[in-house]
Write a protein that binds this ligand. Structure first.
Ligand code: HEC
Length: 91
């Protein structure tokens, strides 16, 4: 019995080490994914939490710049994310 429990402790340790390795690798992947996000992705993910997403045609390019700054503080976006969303809305 004791040999079995030592074996299972050993395999648990191996599994945990494997999980930690997987999570650390994923951590890197997630930040790369965020950087690779396009304006349209960021817009759909961030802008409909509080209201329906207004269509790009509803506002002029100048208005989108102002809205971008205003909604950046509301949606807690980074400068980079705001720029991508505003670029997308101005198209
Ligand atoms: C945390 C909630 C929240 C998030 C997230 C948010 N908004 Fe807003 N938005 C508001 C509120 C509240 C208003 C009403 C105006 C005000 O008081 O700021 C508003 C107003 C607007 C308006 C003006 C609507 C109109 O008809 O006059 C636009 C356009 C807009 N948001 C775009 C966006 C975009 C684009 C994003 C994504 C970057 C976004 N919002 C994310 C809360 C949010």
């Amino acid at each position: 019995m004791t040999t079995i429990s030592i074996k299972s402790i050993a395999s648990l340790l191996i599994i945990s080490a494997g999980l930690i390795a997987v999570f650390s690798v994923n951590g890197c992947k997630v930040s790369q994914k965020v950087a690779a996000k396009t304006g349209v992705q960021l817009w759909t993910e961030n802008c409909q939490r509080c209201h329906n997403t207004p269509s790009a045609a509803s506002f002029s390019a100048e208005q989108w710049e102002t809205i971008g700054l205003h909604m950046q503080s509301r949606a807690l976006l980074t400068d980079e994310e705001r720029k991508k969303i505003v670029e997308f809305m101005k198209q």
